[in-house]
Design a protein around this ligand. Sequence first.
Ligand code: DX5
Ligand code: ZN
Length: 219
Amino acid sequence: MNHLIAPSILAADFANLQRDLEMLNVSDADWVHVDIMDGMFVPNISFGFPVVTATKKHATKPLDVHLMIVEPDRYLKAFRDAGADGITVHYEACPHLHRTIQAIKELGCRAGVALNPHTPVTLLQDIIADLDLVLIMSVNPGFGGQKFIDNTYKKLRDLKELSREKNPNLYIEVDGGVDEYNVKKLLGAGANVLVAGSSVFSSANPPAAISNLKYPEKL
Ligand code: DX5
Ligand code: ZN
């Protein structure tokens, strides 16, 4: 499948969120990545339901909601009602991951699991067949604009191998430090959904930055 681009609005201008979303609507972006941080699972707080609801009102593309929160089960329905099309929870935050994944699916959302940089892909072998998406964190979650961790390539290759065996239609998403310099290598390692925050919104030309990620062969 052709790879997808999911710009992260964490790096958008929140005072001009409608403007930034309208830019994404007419860009080569496929999904809108929405980062929820609770100040507990990660050492930062981003935003909550009112911003997700407002985003849904103006975005024409699916919302890819990344929950960096403890006890995500408590809020799955509220995020679906606010407009999430896909919900990704962290492996490290879910002691009953199978139950959590079933709950996301019962809400009618695409179900994803995110792995922190230290969490090995092999831990997913007994759940991967139930997943729609796995998100490999290529930075420690909590902040935009961090340096890409090189071990990510190995994890993407491990995940690609596991997905070949057990779930060939899996979305393999990478999040953190993605830019036009590493895009080709990430795709080569098996990623098929690229999240990008700063490299898109700090660019002088965000729609062109998105196109460069979508069509790297033109770079
Ligand atoms: C980090 C978030 C990312 C973040 C990526 O915790 O999950 O989605 O927005 O930002 P960049 O692309 O700037 O690394
Ligand atoms: Zn994210």
